[in-house]
Design a protein around this ligand. Structure first.
Ligand SMILES: *[C@@H]1O[C@H](CO)[C@@H](O)[C@H](O)[C@H]1NC(C)=O
Ligand SMILES: *[C@@H]1O[C@H](CO)[C@@H](O)[C@H](O)[C@H]1NC(C)=O
Length: 381
């Protein structure tokens, strides 16, 4: 889990250098002039422009298609027709909080993203599990098959098969689209779970629960109908990126890819709480680009780090804008944020460090007492 960092500073220290040179490319030319080459000419020129040998062979054809599609799209309807969103901020009559309703603590579906720490995931589930009121979908990065086996085994031993789903379908690399895809798959699995939850919450193995599930369930009942997504509207990086295997490469040489006209963009923490209704709207429509959600998905999954902009754009451009709270319920240890590099991604990130020593326990105790709004602390150990 990561907080996106502003500048595409990674270019200076590239191992991969993609495209080959930082001079004008077919893509930067198309962006600058609005007049792309034909698909055929573009495809013919890609071998000179793209440093294909840093990618596995099985992706060569796909990346050339992907790249030339981005070149072409600059002048396509996708980037010239206005997106017609349906955000009507004053739709008060739909506000579920206006309807008197007997108290019933919210039921919660948790999506948990893991790649390294099975013990943390087990602890999270054990702490949050409430029979009949909770459901879990855990994604384990494809690069961690032993963690996957470990969790599958644990789920059987603890007889949690009907409550906990464990899946491992995506190779998650920072900057690339797979984190978002895994989150969406987790949401889809939860929509099929036996517990009919009210809210879906995204957690990672680095999150530590500060309070019992029941406290959160009561809080969310009060806020029924509200989705919590932190949204910083405005500037966002539009760096075209492509993932193959465990490599993520940047294709636009720092140039900003055009935005969809009429679409509102935002970025923010990856963490979210969304309602059942929101989750269904997302799950039903990501695959259909003629819907607002589908158009957002298609656009954002071609640029860097969609997991920190997708839910934000859905909030900004759909009816959910009226049922939205702009903050997260997670306390992050900012003191421990550090820049992390990777040799398979061109993107650096700011990531919370690891909380594990005795002082960290005192720190968590302090947060529990002082920050009454915080339900989770982000850490690792
Ligand atoms: C959900 O259940 C339906 C019906 O059993 C099935 O067709 C669908 O594939 C399931 N979805 C997921 C994501 O498992
Ligand atoms: C999503 O699709 C399901 C099944 O087709 C439908 O019952 C549900 O109402 C849809 N929800 C939304 C919010 O579109």
């Amino acid at each position: 889990m990561a907080v996106a960092m502003a500048a595409p500073a990674a270019f200076a220290c590239l191992l991969l250098l993609f495209p080959r040179s930082l001079e004008a490319t077919m893509l930067t030319d198309a962006i600058a002039t609005g007049k792309p080459l034909s698909m055929k000419r573009c495809l013919a020129q890609t071998p000179q422009e793209l440093n294909l040998k840093v990618l596995p062979k099985e992706c060569h054809e796909d990346i050339q298609q992907f790249y030339c599609q981005r070149v072409r799209d600059v002048a396509s309807k996708r980037y010239s027709e206005r997106l017609r969103g349906d955000c009507q901020p004053s739709a008060e009559s739909q506000d579920p909080q206006m309807k008197p309703q007997a108290y019933a603590p919210a039921k919660i579906g948790y999506v948990i993203m893991g790649h390294r720490f099975p013990q943390n995931v087990k602890r999270l589930v054990s702490r949050l599990f409430e029979p009949g009121s909770t459901a879990f979908a855990i994604h384990v990065d494809e690069k961690s098959p032993s963690m996957y086996d470990d969790l599958r085994h644990w789920r059987e031993v603890e007889r949690l098969e009907s409550v906990v789903q464990v899946f491992s379908e995506f190779n998650v690399v920072r900057g690339g689209p797979n984190m978002l895809k895994a989150e969406l798959q987790g949401i889809r699995l939860l929509l099929n779970a036996t517990v009919r939850w009210d809210f879906c919450i995204l957690l990672s193995e680095q999150d530590y629960p500060l309070r019992a599930n029941s406290v959160l369930a009561e809080y969310l009942w009060v806020h029924r109908g509200t989705s919590f997504v932190s949204v910083d509207e405005g500037e966002c990086e539009r760096d075209v990126s492509y993932q193959c295997g465990d490599r993520v490469v940047s294709l636009s040489g720092g140039a900003q890819y055009p935005k969809v006209p009429g679409m509102r963009y935002g970025s923010g923490s990856q963490w979210f709480v969304i309602t059942w209704d929101f989750a269904e709207a997302v799950a039903n429509n990501t695959g259909n680009p003629s819907t607002v959600v589908g158009a957002i998905f298609r656009d954002l999954t071609t640029v860097k780090q969609p997991d920190e902009s997708f839910f934000q754009a859905v909030v900004l451009n759909t009816r959910f804008c009226a049922l939205h709270s702009d903050y997260t319920l997670v306390w992050t240890d900012k003191d421990s944020m550090r820049e992390v590099r990777s040799d398979t991604s061109e993107y650096n990130i700011l990531s919370p460090g690891v909380l594990s020593s005795l002082t960290d326990y005192f720190k968590l105790e302090e947060v529990r007492k002082q920050s009454l709004w915080a339900f989770f602390a982000r850490n690792g150990c």
